[in-house]
Ligand binder design. Structure first.
Ligand code: CA
Ligand code: CA
Ligand code: CA
Ligand code: CA
Length: 497
Protein backbone atom coordinates (compact mmCIF):
# COMPACT_ATOMS: atom_id res chain seq x y z
CA UNK A 1 0.00 0.00 0.00
CA UNK A 2 2.82 2.35 0.87
CA UNK A 3 4.42 1.45 -2.42
CA UNK A 4 1.23 2.42 -4.19
CA UNK A 5 1.11 5.72 -2.36
CA UNK A 6 4.73 6.44 -3.21
CA UNK A 7 3.98 5.57 -6.82
CA UNK A 8 0.98 7.92 -6.82
CA UNK A 9 2.98 10.73 -5.26
CA UNK A 10 5.79 10.11 -7.73
CA UNK A 11 3.50 10.20 -10.76
CA UNK A 12 1.84 13.29 -9.35
CA UNK A 13 5.17 15.09 -9.14
CA UNK A 14 6.09 14.02 -12.63
CA UNK A 15 2.85 15.57 -13.87
CA UNK A 16 3.83 18.75 -12.07
CA UNK A 17 7.31 18.88 -13.50
CA UNK A 18 5.79 18.38 -16.93
CA UNK A 19 3.75 21.44 -16.20
CA UNK A 20 6.97 23.40 -15.64
CA UNK A 21 6.59 25.01 -19.04
CA UNK A 22 3.57 25.29 -21.26
CA UNK A 23 3.40 24.09 -24.88
CA UNK A 24 3.46 27.72 -26.00
CA UNK A 25 6.60 28.40 -23.92
CA UNK A 26 4.83 30.46 -21.24
CA UNK A 27 5.03 29.84 -17.49
CA UNK A 28 2.09 27.83 -16.04
CA UNK A 29 -0.22 29.47 -13.47
CA UNK A 30 -0.26 27.73 -10.07
CA UNK A 31 -3.52 27.43 -8.09
CA UNK A 32 -4.80 25.33 -5.19
CA UNK A 33 -7.10 22.37 -5.97
CA UNK A 34 -10.78 22.42 -5.01
CA UNK A 35 -10.17 20.45 -1.82
CA UNK A 36 -7.02 22.38 -0.93
CA UNK A 37 -4.80 19.28 -0.91
CA UNK A 38 -2.56 19.90 -3.95
CA UNK A 39 -1.56 22.48 -6.56
CA UNK A 40 -3.01 22.64 -10.03
CA UNK A 41 -1.06 24.20 -12.92
CA UNK A 42 -2.85 25.88 -15.80
CA UNK A 43 -1.53 26.87 -19.20
CA UNK A 44 -4.45 28.92 -20.44
CA UNK A 45 -7.21 26.75 -21.95
CA UNK A 46 -5.03 24.03 -23.42
CA UNK A 47 -4.01 22.42 -20.12
CA UNK A 48 -7.33 21.63 -18.45
CA UNK A 49 -6.89 17.95 -19.20
CA UNK A 50 -3.65 17.82 -17.26
CA UNK A 51 -5.31 19.39 -14.21
CA UNK A 52 -8.04 16.77 -14.25
CA UNK A 53 -5.52 13.92 -14.55
CA UNK A 54 -3.86 15.01 -11.31
CA UNK A 55 -7.31 14.95 -9.67
CA UNK A 56 -7.51 11.24 -10.51
CA UNK A 57 -4.18 10.71 -8.76
CA UNK A 58 -5.59 11.90 -5.44
CA UNK A 59 -8.12 9.02 -5.27
CA UNK A 60 -8.47 8.04 -1.63
CA UNK A 61 -7.85 4.47 -0.46
CA UNK A 62 -10.84 2.65 1.06
CA UNK A 63 -11.02 -0.42 3.30
CA UNK A 64 -12.94 -2.23 0.54
CA UNK A 65 -9.89 -1.79 -1.75
CA UNK A 66 -7.81 -3.71 0.82
CA UNK A 67 -10.17 -6.62 1.57
CA UNK A 68 -11.11 -7.03 -2.11
CA UNK A 69 -7.51 -6.75 -3.39
CA UNK A 70 -7.40 -9.08 -6.43
CA UNK A 71 -3.71 -9.78 -5.76
CA UNK A 72 -4.49 -11.52 -2.46
CA UNK A 73 -5.42 -15.21 -2.89
CA UNK A 74 -8.97 -15.80 -1.81
CA UNK A 75 -10.50 -19.02 -0.49
CA UNK A 76 -13.45 -20.11 1.58
CA UNK A 77 -12.21 -20.07 5.17
CA UNK A 78 -13.58 -22.60 7.67
CA UNK A 79 -16.62 -21.27 9.52
CA UNK A 80 -15.46 -22.42 12.95
CA UNK A 81 -11.77 -23.42 13.02
CA UNK A 82 -10.44 -24.75 16.33
CA UNK A 83 -10.45 -23.16 18.90
CA UNK A 84 -12.93 -20.47 17.75
CA UNK A 85 -15.85 -22.83 18.50
CA UNK A 86 -14.82 -22.71 22.13
CA UNK A 87 -13.70 -19.06 22.25
CA UNK A 88 -16.77 -17.46 20.71
CA UNK A 89 -20.44 -18.00 21.41
CA UNK A 90 -21.55 -16.93 17.91
CA UNK A 91 -20.79 -14.42 15.17
CA UNK A 92 -17.45 -15.58 13.82
CA UNK A 93 -16.80 -12.75 11.37
CA UNK A 94 -13.49 -12.77 9.48
CA UNK A 95 -11.25 -10.84 7.14
CA UNK A 96 -8.70 -12.38 4.82
CA UNK A 97 -5.48 -10.72 3.78
CA UNK A 98 -1.74 -11.32 4.01
CA UNK A 99 -1.13 -9.96 7.51
CA UNK A 100 2.49 -11.13 7.91
CA UNK A 101 3.50 -10.41 4.29
CA UNK A 102 4.82 -13.88 3.47
CA UNK A 103 2.78 -14.12 0.27
CA UNK A 104 0.07 -16.39 1.72
CA UNK A 105 -3.41 -15.30 2.72
CA UNK A 106 -4.20 -15.29 6.43
CA UNK A 107 -7.57 -15.17 8.20
CA UNK A 108 -8.49 -13.09 11.24
CA UNK A 109 -11.65 -14.00 13.18
CA UNK A 110 -13.62 -12.08 15.75
CA UNK A 111 -16.72 -13.16 17.67
CA UNK A 112 -18.96 -12.90 20.69
CA UNK A 113 -18.00 -13.74 24.28
CA UNK A 114 -19.47 -16.75 26.11
CA UNK A 115 -21.29 -15.03 29.00
CA UNK A 116 -21.85 -16.79 32.32
CA UNK A 117 -25.13 -14.98 33.00
CA UNK A 118 -27.24 -15.91 29.94
CA UNK A 119 -30.94 -15.25 30.47
CA UNK A 120 -32.86 -14.56 27.25
CA UNK A 121 -35.47 -11.82 27.31
CA UNK A 122 -36.70 -9.63 24.46
CA UNK A 123 -36.25 -10.23 20.75
CA UNK A 124 -32.56 -9.61 20.04
CA UNK A 125 -28.97 -9.60 21.37
CA UNK A 126 -29.88 -6.70 23.66
CA UNK A 127 -31.78 -9.06 25.98
CA UNK A 128 -29.47 -12.05 26.06
CA UNK A 129 -28.27 -11.56 29.65
CA UNK A 130 -31.54 -10.56 31.30
CA UNK A 131 -31.38 -7.00 30.01
CA UNK A 132 -28.03 -6.08 31.59
CA UNK A 133 -24.43 -6.39 30.45
CA UNK A 134 -23.17 -9.92 29.85
CA UNK A 135 -20.49 -11.11 32.22
CA UNK A 136 -17.61 -13.53 31.86
CA UNK A 137 -14.31 -13.93 30.10
CA UNK A 138 -13.91 -11.82 26.94
CA UNK A 139 -12.01 -13.56 24.14
CA UNK A 140 -9.35 -11.98 21.93
CA UNK A 141 -9.51 -12.01 18.12
CA UNK A 142 -8.01 -15.14 16.50
CA UNK A 143 -5.36 -14.90 13.82
CA UNK A 144 -4.64 -17.90 11.56
CA UNK A 145 -1.60 -17.72 9.28
CA UNK A 146 -1.80 -19.42 5.90
CA UNK A 147 0.93 -21.38 4.17
CA UNK A 148 1.73 -22.88 0.76
CA UNK A 149 -0.58 -25.86 1.32
CA UNK A 150 -3.55 -23.69 2.22
CA UNK A 151 -3.18 -24.78 5.84
CA UNK A 152 -4.12 -22.30 8.55
CA UNK A 153 -2.17 -22.16 11.81
CA UNK A 154 -3.58 -20.50 14.94
CA UNK A 155 -1.07 -17.96 16.34
CA UNK A 156 -2.49 -16.51 19.60
CA UNK A 157 0.98 -15.34 20.72
CA UNK A 158 1.02 -12.70 17.95
CA UNK A 159 -1.95 -10.72 19.31
CA UNK A 160 -1.33 -8.89 22.57
CA UNK A 161 -3.97 -7.14 24.66
CA UNK A 162 -2.68 -5.78 27.99
CA UNK A 163 -5.91 -4.02 29.07
CA UNK A 164 -7.23 -5.04 32.46
CA UNK A 165 -10.60 -5.95 30.93
CA UNK A 166 -9.13 -7.30 27.67
CA UNK A 167 -10.87 -8.86 24.68
CA UNK A 168 -14.23 -8.45 22.97
CA UNK A 169 -17.85 -8.43 24.07
CA UNK A 170 -19.45 -8.66 20.61
CA UNK A 171 -16.94 -7.86 17.89
CA UNK A 172 -19.00 -6.84 14.86
CA UNK A 173 -16.62 -5.37 12.26
CA UNK A 174 -12.93 -5.88 11.49
CA UNK A 175 -11.47 -2.83 9.76
CA UNK A 176 -8.19 -3.84 8.17
CA UNK A 177 -5.75 -1.09 7.13
CA UNK A 178 -2.18 0.05 7.78
CA UNK A 179 -3.02 2.75 10.32
CA UNK A 180 0.51 3.37 11.62
CA UNK A 181 2.10 3.43 8.14
CA UNK A 182 4.76 0.75 8.61
CA UNK A 183 3.48 -1.19 5.55
CA UNK A 184 2.05 -3.99 7.77
CA UNK A 185 -1.74 -4.20 7.97
CA UNK A 186 -3.36 -3.42 11.35
CA UNK A 187 -6.98 -3.81 12.48
CA UNK A 188 -9.69 -1.92 14.35
CA UNK A 189 -12.60 -3.89 15.84
CA UNK A 190 -15.98 -2.21 16.30
CA UNK A 191 -17.63 -3.81 19.34
CA UNK A 192 -21.39 -3.34 19.81
CA UNK A 193 -21.55 -5.27 23.13
CA UNK A 194 -23.74 -8.25 23.87
CA UNK A 195 -26.42 -7.90 26.55
CA UNK A 196 -27.19 -4.21 25.97
CA UNK A 197 -27.42 -1.86 23.02
CA UNK A 198 -25.27 0.69 24.81
CA UNK A 199 -22.09 -0.47 23.12
CA UNK A 200 -18.69 -1.50 24.43
CA UNK A 201 -15.29 0.07 23.90
CA UNK A 202 -13.59 -0.92 20.65
CA UNK A 203 -10.24 -2.64 20.12
CA UNK A 204 -7.35 -1.32 18.06
CA UNK A 205 -4.41 -3.58 17.19
CA UNK A 206 -1.29 -1.99 15.69
CA UNK A 207 1.69 -3.80 14.14
CA UNK A 208 4.91 -3.74 16.15
CA UNK A 209 8.56 -4.08 15.14
CA UNK A 210 8.70 -7.54 16.79
CA UNK A 211 6.05 -8.92 14.36
CA UNK A 212 3.20 -8.87 16.91
CA UNK A 213 0.05 -6.74 16.98
CA UNK A 214 -0.43 -4.77 20.20
CA UNK A 215 -3.83 -3.52 21.36
CA UNK A 216 -3.12 0.23 21.40
CA UNK A 217 -6.34 2.02 22.46
CA UNK A 218 -4.71 3.67 25.42
CA UNK A 219 -1.82 5.20 23.48
CA UNK A 220 -3.42 5.66 20.04
CA UNK A 221 -7.09 6.60 20.51
CA UNK A 222 -8.09 10.06 21.70
CA UNK A 223 -10.99 8.37 23.58
CA UNK A 224 -9.89 4.86 24.52
CA UNK A 225 -12.99 3.87 26.48
CA UNK A 226 -15.59 5.38 24.17
CA UNK A 227 -18.72 3.20 24.16
CA UNK A 228 -21.26 3.35 21.39
CA UNK A 229 -23.51 0.83 19.60
CA UNK A 230 -21.37 0.93 16.45
CA UNK A 231 -23.09 -1.70 14.35
CA UNK A 232 -21.75 0.01 11.24
CA UNK A 233 -18.04 0.77 10.86
CA UNK A 234 -15.64 1.31 7.98
CA UNK A 235 -12.13 2.47 7.21
CA UNK A 236 -10.79 4.73 4.49
CA UNK A 237 -8.81 7.91 3.98
CA UNK A 238 -11.80 10.24 4.34
CA UNK A 239 -9.78 13.48 4.41
CA UNK A 240 -7.46 12.49 1.52
CA UNK A 241 -4.24 13.11 3.45
CA UNK A 242 -2.66 9.70 2.80
CA UNK A 243 -3.53 7.88 6.04
CA UNK A 244 -6.40 5.58 6.93
CA UNK A 245 -9.20 6.91 9.14
CA UNK A 246 -12.12 5.11 10.84
CA UNK A 247 -15.83 5.93 10.72
CA UNK A 248 -18.37 4.39 13.12
CA UNK A 249 -22.13 4.76 13.42
CA UNK A 250 -24.19 5.81 16.41
CA UNK A 251 -27.95 6.09 16.69
CA UNK A 252 -28.34 8.75 19.32
CA UNK A 253 -31.56 10.77 19.24
CA UNK A 254 -30.54 12.83 22.25
CA UNK A 255 -27.37 14.26 20.73
CA UNK A 256 -28.27 13.74 17.09
CA UNK A 257 -24.91 12.08 16.47
CA UNK A 258 -25.01 9.73 13.51
CA UNK A 259 -21.35 9.29 12.56
CA UNK A 260 -18.10 9.56 14.49
CA UNK A 261 -14.90 10.01 12.51
CA UNK A 262 -11.59 8.90 14.00
CA UNK A 263 -9.03 10.97 12.15
CA UNK A 264 -5.50 9.59 11.77
CA UNK A 265 -2.59 11.98 12.38
CA UNK A 266 -0.34 9.82 10.19
CA UNK A 267 1.23 7.80 13.01
CA UNK A 268 -1.88 5.70 13.76
CA UNK A 269 -3.15 8.04 16.50
CA UNK A 270 -6.90 8.53 15.91
CA UNK A 271 -8.66 11.73 16.99
CA UNK A 272 -12.41 11.35 17.47
CA UNK A 273 -14.81 14.01 16.17
CA UNK A 274 -18.43 14.23 14.97
CA UNK A 275 -18.70 14.27 11.19
CA UNK A 276 -22.37 14.41 10.23
CA UNK A 277 -24.17 11.54 8.51
CA UNK A 278 -27.65 10.15 9.05
CA UNK A 279 -28.79 7.49 11.56
CA UNK A 280 -28.01 4.13 10.05
CA UNK A 281 -27.27 0.52 10.70
CA UNK A 282 -24.93 -0.52 7.90
CA UNK A 283 -22.01 1.61 6.73
CA UNK A 284 -19.32 1.48 4.06
CA UNK A 285 -16.93 4.04 2.58
CA UNK A 286 -16.67 4.26 -1.21
CA UNK A 287 -16.15 7.01 -3.79
CA UNK A 288 -19.55 6.67 -5.45
CA UNK A 289 -19.47 9.90 -7.50
CA UNK A 290 -15.88 9.36 -8.62
CA UNK A 291 -14.62 12.78 -7.49
CA UNK A 292 -11.71 11.30 -5.52
CA UNK A 293 -13.15 11.42 -2.02
CA UNK A 294 -14.88 8.63 -0.08
CA UNK A 295 -18.62 8.96 0.45
CA UNK A 296 -20.66 7.10 3.08
CA UNK A 297 -22.99 4.35 1.95
CA UNK A 298 -25.68 3.77 4.57
CA UNK A 299 -28.20 1.01 5.19
CA UNK A 300 -31.32 1.38 7.34
CA UNK A 301 -33.80 -0.49 9.41
CA UNK A 302 -36.51 0.58 6.99
CA UNK A 303 -39.29 -0.93 9.13
CA UNK A 304 -38.49 1.63 11.85
CA UNK A 305 -39.35 5.25 11.18
CA UNK A 306 -36.34 6.64 13.03
CA UNK A 307 -33.63 4.68 11.18
CA UNK A 308 -35.11 4.66 7.70
CA UNK A 309 -32.43 6.28 5.52
CA UNK A 310 -30.91 3.99 2.91
CA UNK A 311 -28.56 5.82 0.60
CA UNK A 312 -25.46 7.99 0.29
CA UNK A 313 -24.19 11.03 2.17
CA UNK A 314 -21.57 12.86 0.11
CA UNK A 315 -18.11 13.83 1.37
CA UNK A 316 -17.35 17.55 1.25
CA UNK A 317 -13.73 16.67 0.43
CA UNK A 318 -12.48 17.20 3.99
CA UNK A 319 -14.10 14.20 5.70
CA UNK A 320 -17.44 15.81 6.64
CA UNK A 321 -20.73 14.25 5.66
CA UNK A 322 -23.40 16.97 5.79
CA UNK A 323 -26.70 15.15 6.27
CA UNK A 324 -28.51 17.44 3.82
CA UNK A 325 -26.06 16.58 1.04
CA UNK A 326 -27.49 13.12 0.40
CA UNK A 327 -29.00 10.85 -2.23
CA UNK A 328 -31.64 8.31 -1.23
CA UNK A 329 -31.58 4.86 -2.78
CA UNK A 330 -34.58 2.60 -3.47
CA UNK A 331 -35.97 0.85 -0.40
CA UNK A 332 -37.72 -2.52 -0.06
CA UNK A 333 -39.40 -1.99 3.25
CA UNK A 334 -42.37 -4.26 2.64
CA UNK A 335 -40.48 -7.54 2.87
CA UNK A 336 -36.76 -6.80 3.04
CA UNK A 337 -36.40 -3.72 5.24
CA UNK A 338 -33.48 -4.79 7.48
CA UNK A 339 -30.14 -3.78 5.98
CA UNK A 340 -27.26 -5.26 7.98
CA UNK A 341 -24.47 -4.73 5.43
CA UNK A 342 -23.52 -2.79 2.31
CA UNK A 343 -20.55 -2.69 -0.06
CA UNK A 344 -19.58 -1.49 -3.52
CA UNK A 345 -17.65 -2.68 -6.60
CA UNK A 346 -17.60 -1.97 -10.33
CA UNK A 347 -19.89 -4.75 -11.57
CA UNK A 348 -20.24 -3.63 -15.20
CA UNK A 349 -16.67 -2.48 -15.90
CA UNK A 350 -17.65 1.10 -16.67
CA UNK A 351 -15.30 2.65 -14.11
CA UNK A 352 -17.77 3.58 -11.39
CA UNK A 353 -18.79 1.70 -8.25
CA UNK A 354 -22.11 -0.13 -8.12
CA UNK A 355 -23.81 -0.81 -4.81
CA UNK A 356 -24.76 -4.10 -3.14
CA UNK A 357 -26.98 -4.28 -0.06
CA UNK A 358 -27.47 -7.30 2.20
CA UNK A 359 -31.15 -7.41 3.19
CA UNK A 360 -33.38 -9.37 5.54
CA UNK A 361 -36.97 -9.29 6.70
CA UNK A 362 -38.52 -8.44 10.07
CA UNK A 363 -36.35 -10.00 12.83
CA UNK A 364 -33.99 -11.21 10.08
CA UNK A 365 -36.47 -13.68 8.56
CA UNK A 366 -35.35 -14.44 5.00
CA UNK A 367 -32.14 -13.37 3.26
CA UNK A 368 -31.67 -11.33 0.10
CA UNK A 369 -29.23 -9.23 -1.91
CA UNK A 370 -30.08 -5.96 -3.67
CA UNK A 371 -27.93 -4.70 -6.55
CA UNK A 372 -28.01 -1.03 -7.60
CA UNK A 373 -26.30 0.20 -10.76
CA UNK A 374 -24.37 3.47 -10.70
CA UNK A 375 -25.43 5.39 -13.84
CA UNK A 376 -23.06 8.31 -13.17
CA UNK A 377 -23.94 11.90 -12.21
CA UNK A 378 -25.44 10.68 -8.90
CA UNK A 379 -28.13 8.70 -10.74
CA UNK A 380 -28.84 5.07 -9.88
CA UNK A 381 -30.89 2.15 -11.17
CA UNK A 382 -32.25 -0.52 -8.82
CA UNK A 383 -31.90 -4.00 -10.29
CA UNK A 384 -34.10 -5.30 -7.50
CA UNK A 385 -33.97 -8.11 -5.00
CA UNK A 386 -32.20 -11.44 -5.41
CA UNK A 387 -33.76 -13.68 -2.73
CA UNK A 388 -31.32 -16.21 -1.26
CA UNK A 389 -33.52 -17.82 1.40
CA UNK A 390 -37.26 -17.29 1.82
CA UNK A 391 -39.34 -18.37 4.80
CA UNK A 392 -42.84 -19.81 4.35
CA UNK A 393 -45.45 -17.02 4.26
CA UNK A 394 -47.05 -18.17 7.52
CA UNK A 395 -43.83 -18.13 9.57
CA UNK A 396 -44.04 -15.62 12.43
CA UNK A 397 -40.72 -14.93 14.17
CA UNK A 398 -40.51 -14.15 17.87
CA UNK A 399 -36.73 -13.51 18.11
CA UNK A 400 -33.80 -12.54 15.88
CA UNK A 401 -32.31 -15.93 16.59
CA UNK A 402 -34.85 -17.85 14.48
CA UNK A 403 -34.47 -20.74 12.02
CA UNK A 404 -34.94 -18.45 8.97
CA UNK A 405 -32.16 -16.06 9.93
CA UNK A 406 -29.38 -16.70 7.40
CA UNK A 407 -28.44 -13.07 6.79
CA UNK A 408 -25.34 -12.14 4.80
CA UNK A 409 -22.84 -10.46 7.10
CA UNK A 410 -20.19 -9.69 4.53
CA UNK A 411 -20.14 -9.12 0.79
CA UNK A 412 -16.80 -9.66 -0.90
CA UNK A 413 -15.79 -9.10 -4.51
CA UNK A 414 -13.49 -11.17 -6.73
CA UNK A 415 -13.49 -12.36 -10.34
CA UNK A 416 -14.09 -15.94 -9.18
CA UNK A 417 -14.70 -17.57 -12.59
CA UNK A 418 -11.96 -15.49 -14.29
CA UNK A 419 -14.17 -14.15 -17.06
CA UNK A 420 -13.20 -10.49 -16.59
CA UNK A 421 -16.01 -9.26 -14.39
CA UNK A 422 -16.41 -9.08 -10.62
CA UNK A 423 -18.48 -11.73 -8.83
CA UNK A 424 -19.97 -11.65 -5.33
CA UNK A 425 -18.84 -13.93 -2.48
CA UNK A 426 -21.33 -13.93 0.41
CA UNK A 427 -20.64 -14.98 3.97
CA UNK A 428 -22.66 -15.73 7.05
CA UNK A 429 -20.94 -17.00 10.16
CA UNK A 430 -24.10 -18.62 11.52
CA UNK A 431 -25.74 -20.25 8.48
CA UNK A 432 -24.62 -23.28 6.52
CA UNK A 433 -27.31 -22.45 3.94
CA UNK A 434 -25.85 -19.11 2.85
CA UNK A 435 -22.20 -19.09 4.00
CA UNK A 436 -20.12 -19.29 0.83
CA UNK A 437 -22.93 -18.59 -1.61
CA UNK A 438 -21.68 -16.99 -4.82
CA UNK A 439 -23.46 -14.70 -7.28
CA UNK A 440 -21.68 -15.17 -10.59
CA UNK A 441 -21.76 -12.05 -12.74
CA UNK A 442 -23.24 -12.90 -16.16
CA UNK A 443 -23.12 -9.34 -17.48
CA UNK A 444 -25.86 -6.70 -17.76
CA UNK A 445 -26.57 -7.05 -14.04
CA UNK A 446 -27.73 -10.66 -14.36
CA UNK A 447 -26.37 -12.99 -11.69
CA UNK A 448 -26.36 -16.76 -11.31
CA UNK A 449 -26.80 -17.94 -7.73
CA UNK A 450 -24.51 -20.81 -6.74
CA UNK A 451 -25.21 -22.72 -3.53
CA UNK A 452 -22.18 -23.13 -1.23
CA UNK A 453 -21.41 -26.73 -2.27
CA UNK A 454 -21.42 -25.76 -5.99
CA UNK A 455 -19.59 -22.48 -5.39
CA UNK A 456 -16.71 -24.39 -3.73
CA UNK A 457 -14.98 -25.00 -7.08
CA UNK A 458 -14.53 -21.26 -7.63
CA UNK A 459 -12.42 -20.64 -4.55
CA UNK A 460 -8.74 -20.71 -5.38
CA UNK A 461 -7.38 -22.69 -2.46
CA UNK A 462 -9.20 -25.54 -0.77
CA UNK A 463 -8.59 -25.27 2.93
CA UNK A 464 -7.18 -28.54 4.22
CA UNK A 465 -7.79 -29.12 7.89
CA UNK A 466 -4.50 -29.63 9.75
CA UNK A 467 -4.09 -32.97 11.54
CA UNK A 468 -5.82 -32.57 14.92
CA UNK A 469 -3.44 -32.55 17.85
CA UNK A 470 -5.55 -32.97 20.98
CA UNK A 471 -8.54 -35.21 21.72
CA UNK A 472 -10.61 -32.10 22.36
CA UNK A 473 -9.63 -30.60 19.01
CA UNK A 474 -10.36 -33.91 17.25
CA UNK A 475 -13.80 -34.09 18.86
CA UNK A 476 -14.64 -30.50 17.99
CA UNK A 477 -13.55 -30.82 14.36
CA UNK A 478 -15.48 -34.08 14.00
CA UNK A 479 -18.57 -32.35 15.43
CA UNK A 480 -18.27 -29.60 12.81
CA UNK A 481 -17.83 -32.19 10.01
CA UNK A 482 -20.85 -34.16 11.29
CA UNK A 483 -22.92 -30.97 11.38
CA UNK A 484 -21.99 -30.13 7.78
CA UNK A 485 -22.63 -33.72 6.61
CA UNK A 486 -26.04 -33.81 8.32
CA UNK A 487 -26.89 -30.47 6.78
CA UNK A 488 -25.89 -31.57 3.27
CA UNK A 489 -27.87 -34.83 3.61
CA UNK A 490 -30.93 -32.88 4.70
CA UNK A 491 -30.45 -30.42 1.85
CA UNK A 492 -30.14 -33.22 -0.73
CA UNK A 493 -33.28 -34.88 0.63
CA UNK A 494 -35.11 -31.57 0.36
CA UNK A 495 -33.89 -30.89 -3.19
CA UNK A 496 -34.73 -34.48 -4.20
CA UNK A 497 -38.41 -34.01 -3.32
CA1 CA B 1 0.46 -14.57 5.40
CA1 CA C 1 0.77 -1.15 10.43
CA1 CA D 1 -6.73 10.38 6.55
CA1 CA E 1 -16.99 11.13 -3.66
Amino acid sequence: MKKLLILLIFSFFSVQSFAGSCPDGSEPVKSVSADGSYYVYHCGNSNNEQASSSTTNSKALAGIDIVNDPNIDFFKPPQKPYPTGKLYWFGRMWQMTDFNKDGFSDVLYIGTMNPNNVDMIGVDTGGICGGGACKGNKPLPSLFLGDAEGKLTYVPHLLIDKREDSGMSLGRQILVADYNNDSILDFYIADTAVGTHNGFRDSYFLSQSNSTWLESSKTHLSHSNFEVFDHGAATGDIDNDGDMDVVITETNWKTGTALWCLINDGTGYLNKRKCGGIFSFALELADIDGDGDLDVLLGAHEFEKSIDFTGIVWNDGRGNFNKHNNTRLPQHKKKWGSVPEVSAADLDNDGDLDIVYSRAGVLYVGTAIQVIENLGNKKFKDHGIIPLVEAPDDFIPTHEGNEWNDFIEDIRFRDLDKDGDIDLYLSSSMSLKTDGMVLLNQGDFAFELLLPNVAKKYVTIDYKAPAPVSEEQKAEEQAVLDEIAAFETALEAELGQ
